[in-house]
Design a protein around this ligand. Structure first.
Ligand SMILES: Nc1ncnc2c1ncn2[C@@H]1O[C@H](COP(=O)(O)OP(=O)(O)OP(=O)(O)O)[C@@H](O)[C@H]1O
Ligand SMILES: [Mg+2]
Length: 312
């Protein structure tokens, strides 16, 4: 186990930010920590990295209890905070060197590592530019680079793609995927389902300071007793089909609407081929299926959207 939190409670005056929260990160995995605004994601990270004390519970890092300053353990972590931590008047390269110095990376290694990260993060062309002139996405990428100068074993990213352009977002996701392939353990917080679905090997969903579900995204979507919905578009309305479809195993409901027939089935009814077989003689012009996504899982567990009203 690279990191774990057990039964952690963290209060801010009247707010219980973490309410008996437990989570662990295993070596080599990309753990996606998902939760809406104010769920406690950043607090969980701050407690895990020993940046703030918990009121109760245990934290362990790299197989040992994390107590006090835990400096030796912290050195093995690269933290990309939610709020940018960069020196605006320094260039991209200078920022990397600065963070390398903070972590006592020896100068030759520092130079080598900075150039490698500039290249990997797509910032080599702007290495000399003061980062105050950077776009939000470029700053985010540099922020990640700074956390990696000391080649940590565990990389923690707190919503690294908020407010970045699509190109930078893609760059960041590819970079994380690549780091994971190279053996780095990653803890990734986000409220963007599709990002987590893409890169996380395991997902923990939290809300109001508690873990509400966990597993791979397939497990989470499968666990949900969701209905599978299939819409078949026919050449012409076929009222006769309704009765024969109703008799198919697992079918719950048929909703005809003009030439479209929407068939709702129990989860994992595995009746798709039977449904299509019955529809074929009537001329099928289109088939649309709606698989549950992590977003549906989340909505069904919490009754909330991940980020209310935010447009992407
Ligand atoms: N320093 C603080 N003082 C008081 N309350 C705080 C502090 N930090 C966080 N909180 C509260 O604790 C709860 C959890 O906040 P946290 O920032 O951990 O959530 P989050 O999941 O990271 O949210 P976001 O998606 O907005 O970043 C919130 O109710 C927040 O208002
Ligand atoms: Mg946060």
């Amino acid at each position: 186990m690279v990191a774990s939190m057990t039964d952690v409670v963290k209060r801010y005056k009247n707010t219980v930010a973490l309410d008996h929260f437990s989570m662990s990160v295993k070596k080599g995995e990309v753990l996606g920590l998902l939760g809406p605004n104010g769920a406690g994601k950043s607090t969980a990270i701050r407690v895990l990295c020993r940046l703030t004390d918990a009121d109760a519970g245990q934290i362990s890092l790299f197989g040992a209890p994390a107590k006090g300053q835990a400096l030796a353990q912290k050195r093995r972590i690269g933290l990309v905070p939610q709020d940018l931590a960069l020196y605006e008047s320094l260039s991209a390269r200078e920022n990397l060197h600065y963070f390398g110095r903070l972590y006592d990376v020896p100068p030759p290694r520092r130079r080598e590592r900075a150039e490698e990260l500039l290249e990997l993060l797509g910032l080599a062309d702007v290495a000399k530019k003061a980062c105050k002139k950077f776009s939000g996405g470029m700053k985010r990428r540099l922020n990640i680079g700074c956390a990696l100068m000391h080649a940590p074993e565990l990389l923690i990213l707190d919503e690294p793609t908020v407010g970045v352009d699509p190109q930078s977002r893609n760059h960041i996701l590819e970079f994380v995927e690549r780091s994971a392939r190279d053996g780095m353990t990653v803890l990734y917080t986000s409220h963007y389902m599709e990002e987590v679905e893409r890169i996380a090997t395991r997902v923990v969903i939290m809300d109001a300071g508690r873990v509400i579900a966990g597993g791979t995204s397939e497990e989470l979507t499968r666990q949900m007793l969701f209905e599978d919905t299939l819409t078949v578009e026919l050449k012409a309305p076929a009222p006769a089909l309704t009765d024969s479809l109703k008799a198919v195993q697992g079918v719950r409901q048929i909703t005809p609407e003009g030439r479209n027939l929407t068939v709702t089935s129990d989860a994992n009814a595995f009746n798709l081929s039977r449904i299509l077989e019955l529809c074929m003689p009537f001329g099928v012009t289109g088939v649309y299926s709606h698989k549950p996504t992590l977003e549906d899982v989340f909505l069904s567990l919490t009754g909330k959207k991940l980020r209310d009203g935010e447009e992407r």
